[in-house]
Ligand binder design. Sequence first.
Ligand code: NAD
Ligand code: UDP
Ligand code: UDP
Length: 315
Amino acid sequence: MGKRIVVTGGAGFLGSHLCERLLKSGNDVICVDNLFTGSKENIRHLLNNNYFEFIRHDIVTPLYVECDEIYNLACPASPVHYSHDPIKTTKTSIFGSVNMLGLAKRTNSKILQASTSEVYGDPQMHPQREDYWGNVNPIGLRSCYDEGKRAAETFFMDYHRKYKVSVKIARIFNTYGPRMSCNDGRVVSNFIVRALKNEDIIIYGDGSQTRSFCYVDDLIDALIKLMDTGSDFTGPVNIGNPEEHTILELAETIISLTNSKSKIAFQELPQDDPAKRKPDISYAKESLDWEPKVSLNEGLIKTIKYYGELLNVKL
Ligand code: NAD
Ligand code: UDP
Ligand code: UDP
């Protein structure tokens, strides 16, 4: 028999893919989302499935449902969105996590937290391993997100130690794919949308900063494997693709894959933008028997196809 699974942030980019996968494996899915950055479009194809339920709800306020597992993904994820209302962002990570942990404790559910590579800040260890404590500015423009996620990890570990709640912490590195919102300002969606419209691609800084990009399907595999670990396994575990690229390389690859006439332009680098980021995934390989399978080119081609259809651009 399937499980009753709550996915907070289920109408967002990662959440909608996760709901889809959990339904396919025969589970009953409760998608909880306030639609701040997510959209009903992302879950429209699931709405007439009897095993799928959508609740418009803000996790900053308590939630009483019955369930077996909780994936806590609710939180704006792109720098543009999370800095739009920074106080709300921190509240979502902190009060939202406490409420979901309270729900997990009452229902005896396993609970997984979508944490982030941002807990490492602008890292001085490269690649980043889980035992690195990070280099984070507590009072900057990105702090609402970074420190909120760090505090959430603290709550998760303390609920585990004090109340024996079975918690799982996934530190997710940059992930991309279909259903990333067109206007959320993250680099892959920005570059593809501009390339498809033959508009200038804007690089912040000189483009030498690096990121490591994971395709959404690989990420979802890892989240489900992490949830399925035994009740003592908490993580944190890095989930991401260790293939590292400069932002300039990414721009050139996207221009080439879209046959775009776009030119590259440069703008000032935002405050506290990390210079490099690459996960060490040895722990995920060993504990989850997981590693990403989709190459950047393969993933970008699928993502470009999605935006092409969305924007009605012939490829
Ligand atoms: P997203 O913005 O598409 O999804 C977030 C979802 O949470 C949206 O549907 C939004 O409406 C919902 N939400 C926000 N605040 C809420 C609240 N208070 N109550 C209820 N719902 C709320 O972003 P995403 O990329 O799908 O990210 C999902 C999760 O994964 C986030 O927690 C994010 O921090 C984490 N993450 C993502 C990445 C990535 O590269 N995509 C990297 C690291 C961590
Ligand atoms: N909570 C919730 N759903 C539940 C159980 C609890 O949203 O099914 C909320 C509850 O409102 C509380 C928070 O989770 O604010 C933390 O719950 P916990 O039981 O840990 O704390 P307490 O109620 O003792 O403060
Ligand atoms: N970036 C860029 N142009 C854009 C959007 C982002 O050059 O249109 C850069 C950004 O400054 C950062 C990197 O791309 O160095 C990744 O940005 P994103 O917002 O996707 O995620 P981050 O990893 O910074 O949270």
